[in-house]
Design a protein around this ligand. Structure first.
Ligand code: AMP
Ligand code: ZN
Length: 492
């Protein structure tokens, strides 16, 4: 029996605004699509919060035994400066300013994104498709929308007719916006756009002479609208009805609202069963965002090179900090908060190191099955990681009580306890035991120092001291090997 069969998972669906029992379209399988980064700059810690939450959700699904197809795209074209249909393409603008090819911008920031995710111990998604790799499919979807009577062409650009769509559908179903308020930007009102209605959004934009990212289409040389890529790539890889679509709260409108309209026009039904949105990471009380300069980079955390930080912090501390908050609440970033998380994280890792060395008794004075049940119940309740962490700390208390002889555990319970702690701490939350890494760095430093002292002793023909260093290290399992390149060591 798979774990998902005995765990009833509930997910807060942004569409119904309620927690719903999760039932996948195909039993035992999950299709999940998460909007990926627009690769025109480094991802900041806010972006990372959103991706990290979905990494933990992905990890929990895998832990429960689901077969998951997790698609997270790379937006490498079509995302304009003001999130609507006006302004320059973000990537093209960066390329113009830096006098490089747009694809050099894309490559640089895609590599940076992957580098950050690796350092922060993310699992790679199953598929990571790009917008520019799916231009043909996007053109096909536009043709379909035009055929269905909801797309219209004006001067080489194609727009989605929101007013016509709304006659038999509900535009605003996800964001709760009234149609009269669902205007894409203020500039459209100034008569600068060709749209029939200010609510309409672009499916295809004709490129002006300045625009360097352009493709041929039946309507003009141009580029696809930003919302289109996610409708196209989600349906291509997950089908036109799939389980979960995620992203940050700021994507609800216009991006996800438009995705629903496009996909529903083509397939005739709602594309997604559960919409999930993460809340924002704040810095100085404001949303962390590239555009306002109010942000901190994941790499700055690792070096401590940002005036907000008192020192460097490890990736696992940042993970722990993020997971101490519910993904649907805003989270305030600060150095103090990170320091507090670091203390908690070290306490946890300390206990994790002791866990495998606990001695057993004939009987248990603690109820491991009840504790384990509470851990699962927390995650089954819409991925409530702060509550899970409070139960994990109850586990830390058990470990310390057993160590101090104030509680006892039998061998069956200990196996269950170790397996459950490891599963939630390492597999689901994705934490790493950096403390052990740091300890091995320190051992390396100490042995290197002894090797240096032994070299000096030999140079001074102090053979007694040099032999003593070698022999005493050997006695504790560290063997020195003298070679042409110098002295190395191995630990047995
Ligand atoms: P972008 O590259 O701007 O498309 O953003 C990538 C993802 O990060 C999207 O899901 C955004 O909603 C999310 N995001 C952007 N800013 C924040 C923030 N301050 N806190 C949490 N998520 C964010
Ligand atoms: Zn998207």
């Amino acid at each position: 029996m798979k774990l998902f069969e005995e765990n009833q998972l509930k997910i807060y669906n942004s569409l119904s605004k309620t927690k719903e029992v999760f039932t996948p379209v195909h039993k035992g399988h999950i299709g999940m699509y998460v909007c990926g980064p627009t690769v025109y700059s480094n991802v900041h810690l806010g972006n990372l919060r959103t991706f990290m939450f979905f990494d933990v959700a992905f990890r929990y699904f895998l832990h429960l035994g689901y077969k998951v197809r997790y698609v997270r795209n790379i937006t490498d074209a079509g995302h304009l400066e003001n999130d609507a249909d006006e302004g320059e393409d973000r990537i093209a603008k960066k390329a113009r300013l830096e006098e490089i090819e747009p694809m050099e911008v894309v490559q640089r920031y895609t590599v940076d994104f992957h580098d950050v995710l690796k350092k922060y111990n993310f699992l790679p998604p199953s598929i990571e498709p790009t917008a520019t790799g799916h231009i043909v499919e996007q053109i096909e979807m536009i043709k379909d929308i035009i055929d269905k009577g909801l797309g219209y062409e004006i001067n080489g650009s194609v727009y989605f007719d929101v007013i016509a769509y709304n006659k038999s559908n509900h535009y605003g179903i996800l964001s709760g916006r009234k149609i009269e308020d669902a205007i894409h930007n203020t500039r459209a009102l100034d008569g600068q756009s060709d749209k029939r209605n200010p609510q309409d959004f672009a499916l295809w934009k004709k490129a002006d002479e300045r625009h360097i990212m352009r493709w041929s289409s039946p309507w003009s040389e141009g580029f696809p609208g930003w919302h289109l890529e996610c409708s196209v790539m989600s349906s291509k890889y997950l089908g036109d009805k799939f389980d979960i679509h995620g992203g940050g709260l700021d994507l609800k409108f216009p991006h996800h609202e438009c995705e629903i309209a496009q996909s529903k026009t083509c397939s005739g039904h709602d594309p997604v069963n559960y919409w999930m949105h993460t809340n924002m990471l704040l810095l100085n009380g404001q949303k962390m965002a590239k555009s306002t300069g109010n942000y901190i980079l994941p790499n700055e955390i690792l070096t401590g090179e940002n005036k907000i930080l008192s020192k460097a912090f490890s990736p696992s501390v940042v993970r722990f900090f993020n997971m101490q908050a519910n993904y649907r609440s805003v989270l305030d970033f600060s150095n103090d908060a990170l320091e507090a998380s670091e203390k908690g994280y070290y306490k946890l890792m300390d206990a994790m190191t002791s866990l495998s060395n606990l001695s057993t008794q004939k009987s248990s004075s603690i109820n491991i099955s009840e504790w384990k049940h509470k851990c699962y119940a927390a995650m089954n309740d819409d991925f409530n990681t702060p509550v899970l962490i409070s139960h994990i700390f109850e586990g830390v208390r058990f470990i310390n009580q057993i160590k101090e002889g104030k509680a006892s555990i039998n061998s069956n319970d200990l196996v269950n306890f170790i397996t459950t702690m490891n599963a939630f701490v390492y597999d689901v939350l994705g934490l790493l035991n950096d403390v052990n890494d740091q300890a091995s760095d320190k051992i390396d430093g100490v042995v290197s120092l002894l090797i240096k002292l032994r070299k000096e002793a030999r140079e001074n023909k102090d053979w007694d001291l040099s032999d003593q260093i070698r022999d005493e290290l050997l006695a504790i399992g560290i063997q020195l090997k003298d070679g042409r390149e110098g002295t190395t060591y191995s630990i047995s």
